[in-house]
Ligand binder design. Structure first.
Ligand code: AGP
Length: 597
């Protein structure tokens, strides 16, 4: 998804912008560009990776300017190309603009500008912005007024930053797209995401919808829609730059898989009170009466939501889950006792945000379970539960999924009378159990054995069902191989037709209850069709005897087992993708934060 960086300060802006753009790469992009301003505005942009942009930056004119903006673009309107890359300028090149989001009324604005003889150079929705600003400048407005009037004409979602010729200033605004400011010593930063400037400062100011920002090297001014100055608080971000580096791992994904014991400890810290014998979620003390829980989420977070809903239901709480893009508040009963829970690690997923906004407008109580402090979802919702996983840079979600599982278990405990402190207490062992898997996993060896198969199937029941779905999603995301997840009992209703001796089946079987025995019956069905069976198990059910390969997990109770089992599936995906030489941290066609519907 598009990323924005801006800097106004005392040192060469180009270096700060390039550092920021590198940090934003994880969001996914297909072109990049920068604009630096002195007496004139210098724009350089290029289709492709940052290296292609860097090849254009040897020009001496780009050294010296201390004000600039940069952008990584993920195409929405018009294909990836030099012309469609940001920044975009007006015809005279006096103003340059970068934008993240979608301008929904761009076509009518473009028609209006074209009929006033404005010539467009790109297919993007963004290009209307600099042309509109220029039209107001020509009418005699100063830059701030021209920028404000332009913002007033836009519909849709956006984070926008603009620089003008001859002015060491950046103007910026947002509506439903992320924008955060960094407060440094001798300069200010602006970005879609904190890691873009974390190397320079950990002091952040979160911009709200409707606010307008003016940054100079010694002044940060935020005003509301009427132009009144808004006092903003500066928050210290408790991530350090080391947290966002690879720390010796080949990929962020592997690093983040190995960070899970720490992430889970952070998620649990202070929330399972041994002395008091209770779950303490201070954030949710005023959650109110909840008669029904409706989860909304996308992708991996949707699988976590399925997991949370299953836990709620199995402990007496009415709960269901919907893919956020399918959610419509007018097609379901919602009232003040319905808790609509958005699960989103980024807090910026457009589909989830829309669902939460609709739910809030319909009068529901709203909660977001997220990793990102100050994200848009935290401002939309009545309540926030942080999963505290730390920064996740790999596009494929790993530690945030595990942390979501734990946070949602705590939530289920909070909402349910059936899930007691005694049940949940055992979660404190999860970090150590995950560490055991990380230390002993045979995933790499098994990946070598199954590589080159026709397709990869994943099955599970109960809490292991969302884990099977997540295992398949992770596998397809980073290996680009065909992978599907199923409820184990559904195999015989269709998917069994896919099963051959060239389709390994990953089966998650933990404990030794009725569900485990039923899954063993399903394993026998695929075994009878010669499919290689890869079992993720703690060995309690005796399913091992039907397996070709075993990914062992330590014996754990029901609440911990599905979290631990998932780690083996993450490792299998990682090692298959690694052996295939895939772009693991930035898989093709994917973005870390999907800010369009
Ligand atoms: C996860 O590996 C994916 N990249 C994707 O499915 C992701 O989970 C989804 O886009 C939702 O993101 P969110 O958690 O930030 O809302």
């Amino acid at each position: 998804m598009c990323g924005i960086i801006g800097y106004v300060g005392e040192t060469d802006a180009i270096d700060v912008l390039l550092d920021g753009l590198s940090e934003l790469e994880y969001r996914g992009y297909d072109s990049a560009g920068v604009a630096l301003t002195t007496e004139t505005v210098h724009v350089r942009k290029s289709e492709g990776k940052l290296e292609a942009l860097k090849a254009q930056l040897s020009d001496a004119k780009l050294r010296g300017p201390t004000t600039g903006i940069g952008h990584t673009r993920w195409s929405t309107h018009g294909p990836p190309s030099d012309a469609n890359a940001h920044p975009h300028t007006d015809e005279a090149g006096r103003v340059a603009v970068v934008h993240n989001g979608i301008i929904e009324n761009y076509q009518s604005l473009r028609d209006e500008l074209t009929s006033a003889d404005v010539a467009f150079e790109s297919d993007t929705d963004t290009e209307v912005i600099p042309h509109l600003i220029a039209s107001f400048l020509e009418a005699g407005d100063d830059p701030e007024t021209a920028f404000r009037r332009t913002i007033g004409r836009l519909e849709g979602s956006y984070a926008i930053a603009a620089v003008f010729e001859g002015r060491d200033e950046i103007y910026a605004a947002r509506h439903e797209s992320p924008l955060v400011l960094g407060v440094g010593d001798g300069g200010y930063y602006l970005a879609s995401d904190v890691p873009a400037f974390l190397e320079y400062t950990d002091r952040a100011v979160y911009v709200e919808d409707g606010e307008l920002v003016r940054l100079e090297n010694d002044e940060l001014v935020v005003t509301d829609e009427s132009g009144t100055v808004v006092e903003k608080s500066v928050e210290t971000v408790d991530w350090d730059a080391e947290d966002t580096g690879k720390s010796g791992y080949d990929h962020y994904m592997l690093k983040e898989i190995y960070e899970q014991p720490t992430a889970l400890r952070q998620c649990l810290r202070g929330r399972v009170d041994e002395l008091a014998g209770e779950i303490t979620l201070e954030e949710l003390e005023d959650i109110g009466d909840v008669s029904r829980v409706q989860f909304v989420a996308c992708g991996t977070s949707y699988h976590a939501a399925l997991y949370g809903a299953e836990l709620c239901r199995s402990h007496g709480v009415h709960a269901s889950t919907q893919i956020a893009s399918e959610f419509a508040a007018d097609r379901m009963p919602l009232d003040a006792e319905t808790l609509v829970v958005g699960v989103t690690q980024s807090g910026e997923t457009a589909d989830t945000l829309r669902a939460l906004r609709e739910a809030a407008s319909a009068g529901a109580n709203t909660l977001v379970v997220t990793n990102t402090v100050g994200s848009s979802a935290t401002r939309v919702c009545d309540h926030v539960l942080y999963i505290r996983a730390g920064p996740e840079i790999g596009v494929a979600a790993t530690k945030t999924f595990a942390s979501q599982q734990i946070a949602l278990t705590l939530l289920a405990g909070k909402l349910s009378d059936g899930l007691s402190y005694d049940d949940i207490e055992s979660l404190r062992d999860v970090p150590d159990l995950v560490q055991t898997v990380l230390d002993t996993s045979k995933a790499r060896e098994i990946a070598e054995e199954i590589l080159g198969s026709d397709a990869y199937l994943f099955i599970g029941r109960g809490l292991a069902y969302p884990v099977a779905l997540e295992g398949a999603l992770k596998f397809k995301e980073i290996t680009y191989e065909h992978a599907e997840g199923f409820a184990a009992g559904e195999l015989k209703h269709g998917p069994l037709a896919l099963v051959t001796d060239r389709t390994p089946v990953f089966a998650v079987v933990t404990g030794n209850d009725e569900l485990a025995q039923k899954t063993i019956s399903n394993i026998k069905e695929v075994e009878a069709r010669d499919a290689p069976v890869v079992l993720v198990t703690d060995g309690q059910s005796g399913a091992d005897r039907y397996a070709d390969y075993v990914l062992e997990i330590p014996v754990a109770d029901e609440l911990s087992a599905a979290v631990v089992a998932n780690v083996q599936l993450q490792l299998i995906s990682y090692w298959v993708a690694n052996l295939m030489g895939r772009s693991i941290d930035k898989p093709r066609n994917l973005a870390k934060s999907v800010t369009v519907e």
